[in-house]
Write a protein that binds this ligand. Sequence first.
Ligand code: BGC
Length: 763
Amino acid sequence: MLDKYNDCTPSLSEKAWDLVSKMTEEEKGKMLLGAGIPDFDGANPVIDAIESRVPGAAGGTYEIKRLGIPSLIVADGPRGVNIDPIRANDQDSYYCTAFPIPILLASTWNEDLIALLGGAMGREAAAYGVDVLLAPALNIQRNPLNGRSFEYYAEDPLVSGKLASAMVKGIQANGMAAAVKHFAANNQETNRFSIDVQVTERTMREIYLKGFEIAVKESQPWTIMTSYNSINGSHTSTRQDLLKDILRTEWGFKGVVMTDWFGGYAGACKYGKDNVLEQMNAGNDLLMPGLPEQAASVRKYMESGKLSKAVVDLNVKRIVEWVLRAKSVRNYRSSGEPDLSGNAVLARQVASEGMVLLKNNGVLPCSSLVSPLAVFGLSAYNFISTGTGSAEVNSAYTISLVEGLNHAGFTIDEELQDWYAPIVAKGKAEDVAQRLELGMFAIPERLPELKLEQDLIARKALSCELGIITIGRNAGEGVDRQLDDDFNLAEDELELINAVTEAFHAKGKKVLVILNIGGVIETSSWKNKVDAILLSWQPGQEGGNAVADIISGNVNPSGKLTVTFPRKYEDSPSAKNWPGIPTHDPKMAIYQEGIYVGYRYFSSFKVEPSFVFGYGLSYTTFTYSELDLSHTVFENEMKVTLTIKNTGNTAGKEIVQLYLSAPAVTIDKPVRELKGFVKTKLLEPGESEMLVMTLVPKDLASYLEGRQAWIAEAGTYELAIGASVADLKKKAAFILAQELVAEKVHKAFAILQPINELKATRY
Ligand code: BGC
């Protein structure tokens, strides 16, 4: 294939232009859509070819055999490769590694580890013949009820952007393309194809774009996926300000922009619009997965001249250039044999590093001699590995909590296991049936917890050393979560917590709660009743083993929260504007909370959460010392150094966070914002590490719409180094002598109607 292009003299761009010049107009038109469409002539050989190469992949690009342009295979997703594990008439299996959910990955705050994991995902995808992995997803955790919270990293754009960059670098190190998604402000599932996000330019740039900006600039993803929603009246895939001015001109993005599946079409076609012309003109190069109606539109606009040759050629050229970089073009033969056992070890390591110890009154770590354990809660026996939808992975197995505890040498009370077994088996069978009917969008229903006799629980408190209760949650793509029996615990769950804690405490025994969840839940009403809480998230196929690693002390927990756990849902700054208006069938979601998302809100408005951003416990203790700033007056850069020492008896890692408080003379500013973080290496008891973080002008600045610029006001900037946003260990200050214009940019996101944004008005 493409032999004559194997010499490396012309650049990829030149080769791509050359190929475009050799294409017919019809071929170009086809290239602008994914292969999931019938051929212009009615036949459909291309989609068949993709299915036979990698069954279960999400789609592919158009193939032009005569020019040696192969189709690229595109597969989800953000926590592993999502393809069919079993194929007709094939003895082999194609299981993939189910890594932990992305919110757990983010809770590691460990860029090196996430890059390693991206590498493993990329190699696995390549081994199965995939060219593009539809990952990472880095939308902001705006509201706790978002059904896809598990797929996203954080409520803060710096953490999201840094970890997404690490993931992209890992994936692409293997010649695999990453697709950073969903660009942008894709923060809810209710009416996801059509919801119009009404938001100011400042909020877009500081909160909803910042993570993408970091990812694009630091990791140069080969592709970006636009989101389903529209912003201030137009679908993201049609917005020239977003895709041309910001993404390509300001940030220097060089790759391909593709739509989300049916994006810009599914939400508009009921109004008689297909958005094809607008998408092409905005430089949304590729329409995925490609529909016959869109193909017809492309042809119509090309023939009428409404879609100019220049736009077509440029969009096609970018797609071809991407194809030329991919593995498939080099006759790459996939091995079909990924390193599943090596990747399972990594999945377990990452899972235990991203779990967050929320409370620990002398319960953990606990030796396996502290047995038997009384394990309550349905999900303990059927551990939830992931949320549902395109981010699912067909792994060969999932280690449940009880299996993991058994592997670690703990004994589990058998009578309780017998009580749970039939219900768990029934639940699993129902899930399988629902799955057959609804496919990957089936969300397993939460079954009510078993109502065990108080007498039985009391006997267990006598015979067992520790009570463990799991709380499990399922959610996923296509549907948002509910307030009752989901964010808030159900009555049966609260009864279980009450019954077990009363019985165990009466016998002087303790109770540990494990949260096997994908998004934030209510914890404040019951957390004081229990002795320890471990947030295991939905930890992937090795989940049970990873929890056992933490319980046994084999791993010292070092995860911290990248989302705030509010005391009650109504405290969430976006609650008043969720899921939008009108509430029963929302058309628009007004982002009235503005930049006050997550901890920016809770700390500026002094609303006490249940667990704060950046929080997580360890089995050891750390001291923070020798904070030093490179300058007292800010010029172009500020280096911040400090030393962290492990002062306890167990080796451990600390996540150190840098928060900045700007003077807020005339600009409305959150009381503090995260502007840097570092995770230490594994520090042995007594060992220290010196850490360095760097501030650049844009870190001080806010986006001022009136001036179309990122501006930092003159004055005193206070810097705090914390173990969380509320646990600030060391403080220092520096001066910015005069106003600083960090960057001038294009005007974007004109609003349709005034947005009465929340302001902290500290000045
Ligand atoms: C999801 C994307 C996914 C795509 C392909 C869409 O429904 O929103 O995240 O990559 O499907 O499966």
